[in-house]
Design a protein around this ligand. Structure first.
Ligand SMILES: C[S@@+](CC[C@H](N)C(=O)[O-])C[C@H]1O[C@@H](n2cnc3c(N)ncnc32)[C@H](O)[C@@H]1O
Length: 428
C-alpha cells in the first residue's frame, strides 16, 4: 500500500473508534482481519497514523479547526512526519486509494497554523477537564509533562534474573536493537519507532519463550524495585492481575519466601498461571478467593496494592483511553482505591510495609490518597521516599518528584507515569 491508501485506512479506523466507541486496538485488529491483503508493514504504518492522531488529537483538531477522523489523521501525520501539506498532496498522485487531497481552504488554514505557536491546550493534548489535574501535578511544567505523554512510547522489557542475566538477554536480542535501560536494574529498552516503522515482535523470540524476559514498562519495574520485596519475605500482591509485578517480585526474591497473588477479578488472574510457569517462579501462590487470605491477616512483611486507576500515566500507549476518561470514572476509581488500601492494610504485620502504586499522574489518585489513608490509619506512617529513592537508584538522585510518595513520568524518567508510596506499620 502507498501512503494515501494507508491514510484512508487510518481515517476509516478512526471513524470506527469514534462512532462505535471502540478501543483502538480492537478497531485495528478488526480492520486487519477484514483486509487480509494488507501486510504487517502496512498494518504497522496504519496503526502509527491512528495512534499518532489519538495522541495529538487536540493539536490536530486545532490545525484543521475540525475534529473529524480525516482532520485527526491528516493532522497527526503532518505533525509527526513534518511533511509539508503540499508534499503530502503530491504523494497522492495516481493513488486511487488515497483520500481526497487537502483542499485550497484546508491548505490555506494549514499554512497559517503550521507557522503559529500552538495554543496551550493543543500543545498539552489532554482533555480540557484534565488540565487542572495536570497543573496540580506538575505546576509550571504541566504542558511539557502533558506533551511528553503524547509521544510515541519505547518497548520496555525486564530481564528475568531467575533465568538469565540482562547481558545474556541483550546478547540474545542483539538484532532487535535493545539496550540496557537507564534506571531499572534489569530493564532493557527498544527506542520508540520512527516514521512508519514498527517494534520487533519480541514475544516471538526464543529467549521470550524460554522465559528469559518479560515485556514491562520501565516505570512498572522501578516501582516494583522500590517496593523492595526481599528473599525470604512473606508478600501479598493484593491486585495481582496478570502478574506483571508478581513476576518481578519473584525474581527480586530469588524464588525464596512466598508471594500470595490475589485479585478480586478471577478473569484478570487467568494469564498468571502460564506466565509463572514460563518465568520459572516457584514461590507464588495464586489466590482467587478473598476468604482464603484470612490466615495472612497481620502477618505480611509487604503488601503491594497496584491499584485500579485512571491509567493517565499510560496515555502514550493507550491514547484512546485519554479521550474516553470521564470525571465520573475517576471518582469511581478514587472510591475503589481508598477501600482497597484499607482492606489490604489489614494484612501488614507490625513493623511491615504497605506499598501503594498507581499508573496515574493525578494527585487525587496519588498524594491525596496517601494522605487520606494515613489520616484514617494512624498505625501507619509515611516512609522517607527521598531517602528510599536515593538508596535504590543513587545515580538518579533528583530525577523524580516527591509528592508524599514518588512520581515518575515520561518527561522526568522516560517511563510511563507512575506513583509509588510506602506506608510503614509501627511495631507493636
Ligand atoms: C493495575 S491492575 C493490576 C496490574 C498487575 N498488578 C500487573 O502488574 O500486571 C489493578 C487490578 O486491581 C484489581 N482489583 C480491582 N478491585 C479490586 C479489589 N477490590 N481487590 C483486589 N483487586 C482488585 C483489578 O481486577 C485489576 O486486575
Amino acid at each position: 500500500m502507498r501512503l494515501g491508501g494507508r491514510l484512508s485506512a487510518a481515517i476509516e479506523i478512526l471513524h470506527d473508534i469514534e462512532t462505535r466507541h471502540r478501543p483502538a486496538a480492537d478497531a485495528l485488529r478488526d480492520w486487519g482481519l477484514s483486509h487480509r491483503f494488507a501486510g504487517a508493514g502496512d498494518r504497522a504504518a496504519i496503526g502509527n497514523i491512528v495512534y499518532d492522531a489519538l495522541r495529538r488529537r487536540r493539536a490536530a483538531a486545532w490545525l484543521f479547526d475540525s475534529d473529524t477522523p480525516r482532520a485527526l489523521a491528516f493532522g497527526g501525520l503532518l505533525m509527526e512526519s513534518g511533511t509539508a501539506p503540499e508534499t503530502l498532496n503530491a504523494s497522492f498522485a495516481n493513488d486511487r486509494f488515497a483520500p481526497p487531497p487537502l483542499s485550497e481552504t484546508e491548505l490555506n488554514l494549514l499554512r497559517a497554523r503550521l507557522g503559529e505557536d500552538l495554543p496551550e491546550g493543543a500543545r498539552a493534548n489532554v482533555p480540557e477537564w484534565c488540565e487542572p489535574l495536570m497543573r496540580a501535578a506538575f505546576g509550571a511544567d504541566w504542558i511539557a509533562e502533558a506533551a511528553a505523554l503524547s509521544g510515541r512510547p519505547p518497548l520496555d522489557m525486564r530481564a528475568n534474573t531467575l533465568k538469565a542475566s540482562r547481558e545474556k538477554v541483550l546478547a540474545a536480542l542483539a538484532r532487535c536493537g535493545a539496550a540496557a535501560s537507564r534506571i531499572a536494574s534489569a530493564g532493557m529498552r527498544i527506542a520508540p519507532v520512527a516514521g512508519d516503522g514498527r517494534h520487533p515482535n519480541v514475544q516471538a523470540e526464543p529467549a521470550f519463550r524460554k522465559g528469559w524476559f518479560e515485556v514491562q514498562d520501565e516505570g512498572s519495574q522501578i516501582v516494583t524495585e522500590l517496593a523492595g520485596a526481599a528473599p525470604g519475605e512473606q508478600v501479598l500482591d493484593f491486585c495481582a492481575g496478570a502478574g506483571g509485578k508478581t513476576l518481578a517480585m519473584s525474581a527480586m526474591m530469588d524464588n525464596r519466601g512466598q508471594i500470595h497473588a490475589y485479585d478480586a477479578d478471577r478473569q484478570r488472574l487467568a494469564p498468571i498461571f502460564e506466565r509463572l510457569k514460563r518465568a520459572g517462579c516457584r514461590n507464588v501462590q495464586v489466590v482467587a478467593d478473598e476468604e482464603r487470605l484470612a490466615p495472612l491477616l497481620g502477618r505480611m512483611d509487604l503488601v503491594l496494592v497496584d491499584a485500579p486507576c485512571t491509567g493517565s500515566g499510560t496515555w502514550r500507549r493507550r491514547p484512546d483511553a485519554k479521550w474516553r476518561l470521564t470525571r465520573q470514572q475517576m471518582e469511581a476509581r478514587l472510591a475503589e482505591q481508598s477501600a482497597i488500601l484499607d482492606a489490604a492494610s489489614r494484612y501488614v504485620r507490625p513493623g511491615g510495609r504497605l506499598a501503594y502504586v498507581t499508573c496515574s499522574i493525578f494527585p487525587e489518585e496519588n498524594a491525596a490518597q496517601a494522605e487520606a489513608f494515613l489520616a484514617r490509619n494512624p498505625a501507619f506512617r509515611l516512609a522517607d521516599h527521598d531517602a528510599q529513592w536515593r538508596k535504590r537508584f543513587p545515580a538518579h538522585a533528583g530525577a523524580v518528584r516527591i509528592d508524599g510518595g514518588i512520581v515518575l513520568s515520561p518527561a522526568m524518567t522516560g517511563t510511563d507515569g507512575f506513583y509509588f508510596a510506602c506506608f510503614e506499620r509501627g511495631a507493636e
